[in-house]
Write a protein that binds this ligand. Structure first.
Ligand code: SF4
Length: 329
C-alpha cells in the first residue's frame, strides 16, 4: 500500500490497542490512505451469528467463522462499573470430553487460528465499549483446551498483550487448562508470564477421572507439580478451578483432602457451583452442590489456611455454560 515499515507499528497498535472505531491517526497517514486502512482493518473473517444478554449485563456472542463453524465468546461486566472481562474460545468444540461440559458433547472440530481468537477479543471489546466499559482482562475458559492449540493461543496473546501492539498486559490474561502437564511447562517456557488456571475439580484421581477423562493421563500430583514449576518460573500464583457438583466432589472429606494437597502451596482455589447443562456425556444428571455444602466446603478450606473464594455465577438465565448457545443454535 506504499507505506513505510515504520508505519506498521502505529497501524498495528491502532488496530489492537485503540478502541473500536478509532482509525489510524490522520496526522500520521494522509486522509485517503487512513480511510483505506480503516476499511481494511475493520474487515473481519467472522460475523456475530447470535447474541444473548443476561440481566447482569453478561453478553454471550456466537461468532460464525469464515468456514461456517461457530464459537462462543462472553463479555462479563466487572463489579467496577467501567470494566469488563472477556472469555475466549481456543478451539471449535473440544476433545477433552469433560463429563459435565456442554462443549464436550459436540466433540472436537478444529483449532482456531490466532486471528480468529483475536477477532473474539475485538468483538468483546466492542461489546464492552458499547456498555460503557473497558475490556480489562481476558480468560481462555471458553470452548476448547488452550494447551492443545498453544501456538495459536500464544500468537493471539502476543497481539492482544505485547506492549507495542496490544490493549492488555500479559498480567491481564489467564490461560486455563484441564491439566495438560506438557502444555503447562510449554506455557512457562514461552516467557509470556500470563496467569495460569488449572481445572482440578477433585482432589483424588478416581473422582477426577470420572469428571475429566483427561485426568487419566495426568494425575493430580503430577498436575500440581507442574503448577509448582509454573509458579517458580513466572512468580505468578496459580489458581485452581473447582466446580462443585452435588454428591460428587463436595464432601467434607474431599475438602480436607484438597486442603492437605495444597498445604504449603501458594495457590488460590476458585469454587463455582455447577451450572446444569442437561444429561452428561455418560448419562449422568449432575446437580449443583447445595448452598450449604458450598459454604461448608469453602469454610473447611479456609480453616486449613487455603485461600479460597466462591465465584459468582454469571448470566444464569442465558445459556451461560460454554457450548450451550452453540448447541442450541
Ligand atoms: S470443560 Fe473445557 S476442556 Fe473440558 S470438554 Fe469442556 S471445553 Fe473442553
Amino acid at each position: 500500500m506504499g507505506l513505510r515499515p515504520s508505519h506498521a507499528g502505529a497501524l498495528l497498535r491502532s488496530h489492537y490497542a485503540a478502541g473500536a472505531g478509532a482509525g489510524p491517526n490522520g496526522r500520521q497517514f494522509p486522509p485517503a490512505l487512513a480511510r483505506r486502512l480503516d476499511d481494511e482493518r475493520t474487515r473481519r473473517a467472522s460475523a456475530i451469528a447470535a447474541r444473548q444478554v443476561a440481566q447482569d449485563g453478561t453478553t454471550k456472542l456466537l461468532l460464525r467463522l469464515g468456514d461456517g463453524h461457530t464459537v462462543e465468546s462472553v463479555m462479563m461486566p466487572d463489579f467496577r462499573e467501567d470494566r469488563a472481562a472477556g472469555c475466549l474460545s481456543s478451539q471449535v468444540g473440544c476433545a477433552m470430553g469433560c463429563d459435565f461440559c456442554a462443549t464436550a458433547k459436540t466433540g472436537f472440530e478444529r483449532n482456531l487460528t490466532s486471528g480468529e481468537i483475536v477477532e473474539q477479543f475485538l468483538a468483546l471489546r466492542a461489546e464492552a465499549l458499547a456498555a460503557g466499559r473497558r475490556l480489562q482482562t481476558i480468560v481462555f475458559m471458553g470452548m476448547g483446551e488452550p494447551m492443545l492449540n498453544l501456538d495459536n493461543v500464544l500468537a493471539s496473546i502476543d497481539r492482544m498483550a505485547r506492549n507495542e501492539l496490544g490493549a492488555l498486559g500479559f498480567r491481564q490474561v489467564t490461560v486455563s487448562t484441564v491439566g495438560i502437564v506438557s502444555g503447562i511447562d510449554a506455557l512457562a517456557r514461552s516467557g509470556m508470564n500470563v496467569h495460569l488456571a488449572v481445572s482440578l475439580h477433585a482432589p483424588d484421581d478416581p473422582t477426577r477421572a470420572r469428571l475429566l477423562p483427561a485426568g487419566r493421563r495426568f494425575g493430580v500430583r503430577d498436575i500440581l507439580e507442574a503448577a509448582d514449576r509454573y509458579q517458580a518460573t513466572t512468580g505468578r500464583p496459580v489458581s485452581l478451578q473447582y466446580c462443585l457438583l452435588g454428591g460428587v466432589n463436595d464432601s467434607a472429606a474431599q475438602a480436607d483432602e484438597l486442603a492437605a494437597l495444597l498445604g504449603g502451596r501458594r495457590m488460590h482455589v476458585n469454587l463455582l457451583r455447577y451450572n446444569p447443562t442437561g444429561i452428561s456425556l455418560r448419562g449422568e444428571a449432575y446437580a449443583p452442590a447445595s448452598e450449604e455444602a458450598t459454604e461448608a466446603f469453602v469454610a473447611r478450606l479456609r480453616s486449613r489456611a487455603v485461600v479460597a473464594h466462591i465465584r459468582r455465577p454469571r448470566g444464569r438465565e442465558i445459556d451461560a455454560a460454554c457450548g450451550q448457545l452453540r448447541r442450541r443454535a
